[in-house]
Design a protein around this ligand. Sequence first.
Ligand code: HEM
Ligand code: HEM
Length: 174
Amino acid sequence: MTDRYALPLRALHWIVAVLALCLILAGFALKFDIVPDALHHPVAFIHISAGLTVLLLVLVRLGLRFAYKAPALPESFTPQQRRATAVGQGLIYVLLIAMPVFGVIFIEAHGHAVSWFGLPLLPAFMAEDKPLAHLFANFHLWGGIALVVLIAGHLGALVWHKRQGVTLLPRMWG
Ligand code: HEM
Ligand code: HEM
């Protein structure tokens, strides 16, 4: 078995990784009013459209992941390390799908339609429901924080394995 992810999986990993990091930065900048007022609307517009794009790309990636399979982990990995890898990576996938869904419900519960780069995607299908909007805004916030922790763990694990003499980066790069 090859020890590298298939090219489409590698390409999608990096596209989704860059988009997710930009979404997290832009999201917190919106939340904490770091974005100047004049830019708030365009940044939110791009955040929403790019977030929906991530949902699409992650679903494509998951489909391809079943078609291509991941390369086997190095034999030196203990059963606990295999489980931690599967749980950590699985949770990242779950959150990359949940975050756009939370975002959509949050916008709909404000009584707004959802568009994707200006194209109508979903009509406003519910009346304004402030408690629901607040709940899903909180899910989106805590999901974002959990994603930051998981990505830090992801990078920390790569560095830790490297220090143990197991370099994983070429499996996803090149
Ligand atoms: C993988 C995709 C996404 C990620 C990683 C992400 C991440 C974040 C983060 C970390 C924040 C700041 C914390 C918060 O207020 O929740 C945020 C804010 C926000 N997100 Fe997302 N988001 C994604 C997709 C979406 C989508 C698809 C929508 C809408 C359909 C959306 C709507 C918003 C809005 C409106 C805010 C600003 C909240 C405020 O100003 O208080 N997000 N996002
Ligand atoms: C610069 C930062 C990053 C580096 C160097 C990196 C590197 C890697 C490497 C080497 C792997 C393969 C691990 C293995 O051999 O099993 C991997 C897998 C993965 N990475 Fe990253 N990554 C980065 C950022 C991200 C970000 C930001 C996300 C999510 C938003 C992410 C999500 C994932 C997921 C879900 C997998 C599992 C792939 C699968 O088996 O389907 N990565 N990453």
